[in-house]
Design a protein around this ligand. Structure first.
Ligand SMILES: [Zn+2]
Length: 416
């Protein structure tokens, strides 16, 4: 079997097309999430190592100005400019209709860092005062503040991760210059995250839900951000090797690697197959004993050496591989310092042979067109595995280590 080829030039072309021309119509519904689309595009080009060579200083200044244009006067960032009705028309009575948004704020800050900005125009104190207002009594975070300051948005780990990331970026190493500015309730946030670990070791969106790799990434990401600013890094069992929480989570994560790729041929006959097996089950249920029914179950096909060559990751038990789960699972394992437990070579084969697209970018699965989320996920997962030609990537910020170093050398971040 020949080694798969990472087609770097095609990926650069794909990202530049996304950056410089209109996105396809399928993105229309994502208009209010432009900050996220911008993050995938700019961070993708940075991971490819061409952000500075393929864009001009004027381009980058323009992107930075657009991001600041999304900052709301009371702190935090909106996801796009569509809700902005102008600073002079904004009142305490109508500001809930143009709210800052927790994920957009996090992605805006990471984008500014990637673009080399010093965050001097960020309303740092206002943003850090807004953040605790989004935390609920159970420790979780919402997405936006609605009318009357009501916390809106689901109670899930994505917002917890983005809130912890925002706090990490804006507080800096020692919280210098923030005297009198309140903080989120870190202990309660940790309690909420711990309560999201399920019986099988994985993390779910909220307590008593199903384990999910994307939300597991968010849980470990949030804890990683908190640990980076903590004086006592070993207090959380989920991040402490040897604890039952850590080992259970690890077992669940490595079990997500799968050779079930959901080929197109299989999904085409799925409907017919399931109709036939439904009828068969119905007949069987009427006349057969349980033991007889079990005997009639079809044999599982035995995997061949060939079929095991490609092994991506799924996000939940019994699901097919999907490119984005290569990011969520490998990124989490990097944060836990356990990436060596998966078969990186088979993940690479899956990404490069099966979902890398001929026009550049990555699709969600086999035969799917590339999109910004899955393209970014494919690149980042390969970067975690040390793919030649890609920058090394911080697994929590999903930004290059070059960008993270830039942030860490800012005087205010160091506590000066
Ligand atoms: Zn996906």
């Amino acid at each position: 079997m020949t080694q798969p080829v990472f087609n770097k030039e095609r990926h650069i072309k794909y990202y530049l097309r996304c950056l410089k021309t209109f996105l396809p119509a399928a993105y229309t519904s994502g208009d209010s999430n432009r900050m996220l689309l911008a993050f995938f595009t700019i961070s993708g080009l940075d991971i490819l190592g061409v952000l500075e060579s393929k864009t001009t200083p004027e381009d980058r200044r323009g992107y930075i100005d657009w991001i600041y244009h999304c900052q709301v006067p009371s702190g935090g960032f909106r996801g796009f400019t569509g809700t902005d009705f102008g600073a002079d028309k904004r009142t305490p009575g109508n500001e809930a209709w143009d709210p800052a948004n927790v994920p957009s704020t996090f992605f805006a800050l990471v984008l500014l860092i990637i673009l080399g900005d010093d965050l001097s125009r960020v309303k740092r104190k206002q943003c850090l005062e807004w953040l605790p207002r989004l935390q609920r009594g159970d420790g979780s975070f919402g997405e936006v503040l609605g009318p009357g300051g009501k916390v809106e948005g689901s109670r899930d780990l994505r917002f917890c991760c983005c809130a912890a990331g925002t706090r990490y970026i804006l507080r800096g190493r020692k919280g210098g210059g923030l005297e009198g500015v309140g903080d989120i309730d870190v202990d309660k946030l940790v309690e909420f995250i711990k309560a999201c670990q399920t019986y099988d070791g994985g993390m779910s969106e909220a307590p008593f839900c199903e384990s999910h790799a994307g939300l597991t990434y968010c849980a470990v990401g949030a804890l990683t951000f908190l640990r980076r600013l903590s004086d006592d890094p070993n207090t959380v069992a989920l991040l402490s090797p040897g604890s039952k929480e850590f080992e259970g989570l690890l077992r669940w994560l490595v079990s997500r690697q799968t050779a079930e790729l959901g080929d197109e041929e299989e999904s085409d006959d799925e409907d017919d197959d399931s109709a036939v097996s439904d009828q068969r089950l119905e007949r069987a249920a009427k006349s057969l004993t349980l033991a007889e029914m079990i005997d009639q179950l079809p044999d599982l096909s035995i995997p061949s050496e060939e079929s095991l060559l490609w092994a991506g990751f799924n996000g939940r038990c019994n699901k097919d591989a999907d490119t984005c789960y290569s990011l969520w699972n490998t990124g989490t394992l990097v944060m836990m310092d356990r990436l060596s437990l998966i078969d990186a070579g088979r993940n690479r084969h899956y990404l490069l042979d099966k979902t890398q697209h001929i026009i550049g970018g990555f699709g969600k699965g086999i035969g799917e067109p590339p999109d910004l989320l899955h393209s970014f996920a494919g690149l980042a997962s390969l970067a975690f595995q040390g793919e030649e030609g890609l920058s090394s990537v911080d697994p929590a910020l999903c930004a290059s280590h070059r960008a993270v170093q830039h942030m860490e050398t800012l005087p205010w971040w160091q506590g000066a």
